[in-house]
Write a protein that binds this ligand. Structure first.
Ligand code: UT7
Length: 399
């Protein structure tokens, strides 16, 4: 690679969502909640749940292979594979190693990136840095999560929020201007135990006691997390925008982490921008953690919300507490997104272990739902969920 090919351009994008839909009505039958509470407090109407044969690696591989098809590349052109996830298939090997083989790549370095819901933005900025440093020409960045297997379906404060899925981009080196601009990443360990998964790691290895205490499920202090998100997202986005030499008004579209419509509204307020600058699909997927920004990006491009020359901001927050924002000047032909349709999930397989088979991974609380026939997802009208014009609020401005 020559010294001038240091601009990082998104050349491919793709997404994969499992077919089975878990609605608010389904959750009403599992925990003490109701559709109105969930829609009003979060904006979520439904989320996807992975089938028994699916894993984080398999979903990530489909999204990744689709992004490679859109980029018009051979899978072996990829030099580096980054998988952002908090729900890897195994502690080891990395999910990225499994994805590498599943997409038909023989030569890339592959590693996972752990920054929870900010993981995709962290991984994307790593790709940008590898390209700027001349270390890679094509990087596949995937955000993939299978959260339904780490949720306590008796805890209404968490199980209603999350869903499964994967999204991906190919980031390619070029001497053409545009592509990746400013980045801001933050980590605030004071929030370390605000969203966490207590057991299974070195501090608290798995035991019958940790299982009995439900310590292998995600735990969250919702209010504290909400406060962090509303305090941090706009300031993180503003810092990345300022590093790009731009102002919030210069941005055509924000792709925020899809955690909660009220949090997305707060970002708009913090930036003094209208909600139509915020892409929203939390109603249909819930919070898919590291997968949420790349799924939203792929949907935004494929639904005509992005055109060449647009300036886009990815902005996310999550456990850690982490946050991240990255500004991109879009340069790819959005029509190329159609090439993703050439990749069928059934044609992609992840290597299985020899002489070992796990138990059925479907959480018992979801067994009945997973057994029913799949009904195609319905496009929902967001008008009763998305708020109106937010008032400008400048207290979140970057200091
Ligand atoms: O990627 C990062 C992941 N995390 C997040 O994004 C979470 C950020 N936090 C949030 O989105 C919000 O804090 C939640 C949606 C989790 C909760 O909304 P809230 O407006 O902060 O509600 P709350 O926690 O203050 O709870 C209000 C009430 C409580 O009842 P009482 O004590 O007022 O009687 C809760 O017990 O709502 C109750 N509640 C529910 N009611 C019905 C909590 N969960 C539910 C539920 N259905 N699912």
């Amino acid at each position: 690679m020559t010294g001038i090919e240091r601009h990082a351009h998104i050349t491919g994008w793709g997404r994969y969502a499992p077919a089975q839909v878990l609605t608010n009505a389904d959750l009403e039958r599992m925990v003490d909640t109701d559709d109105e509470w969930i829609v009003t407090r979060t904006g979520i109407r439904e989320r996807r749940v992975a089938a028994a044969h699916e894993t984080t690696a398999s979903m990530g591989a489909v999204a990744g292979r689709r992004a490679i098809a859109v980029a018009g590349l051979d899978p072996d052109a990829i030099d580096l594979i980054l998988v952002a996830t908090l729900t890897p298939d195994y502690w080891m090997p990395s999910t990225a190693a499994l994805v590498k083989e599943a997409i038909g790549n023989t030569r890339a370095a592959a590693m996972d990136v752990s920054a929870a819901c900010s993981g995709f933005v962290y991984a994307y900025s790593t790709a940008q840095a590898y390209i700027a440093g001349g270390l890679a020409r094509h990087v596949l960045v995937i955000g993939a999560e299978l959260l339904s297997r780490f949720l306590d379906y008796t805890d209404r404060s968490t199980c209603i929020l999350f869903g499964d899925g994967a999204g991906a981009v190919v980031v390619s080196a070029s001497d053409a201007p545009g592509g990746g601009l400013g980045v801001e990443l933050t980590t605030e360990p004071q929030g370390a135990y605000m969203i966490w998964l207590p057991a299974g790691g070195a501090k608290s290895p798995p035991s019958t006691e940790t299982i009995a205490r439900g310590e292998h499920y995600i735990r969250m202090e919702g209010k504290e997390t909400y406060r962090f998100a509303t305090r941090t997202l706009a300031s993180t986005a503003l810092a990345a925008i300022a590093r790009s030499g731009l102002r919030p008004d210069d941005i055509d579209l924000f792709i925020p982490h899809q955690a909660n419509i009220r949090i997305i509204e707060a970002v708009a307020k913090g930036l003094g921008l209208p909600m139509d600058k915020m892409f929203v699909n939390v109603d249909r997927y819930g919070n898919t953690s590291a997968a949420s920004v790349p799924i939203a990006l792929a949907e935004a491009v494929d639904s005509g919300r992005v055109k060449v020359g647009d300036r886009i901001v990815f902005v996310a927050f999550g456990a850690g507490f982490t946050s991240g924002a990255a500004v991109v000047e879009w340069t790819a032909d959005p029509a190329r997104g159609r090439l993703a349709e050439t990749i069928r999930p059934e044609d992609i397989s992840v290597r299985l272990p020899v002489d070992w088979d796990s138990v059925d991974p479907i959480p018992p609380a979801l067994a009945e739902i997973m057994a029913r026939p799949v009904v195609p997802g319905v496009e929902l009208d967001l008008s009763d969920v998305a708020p109106g014009e937010p008032e400008p609020a400048h207290e979140h401005a970057v200091r």
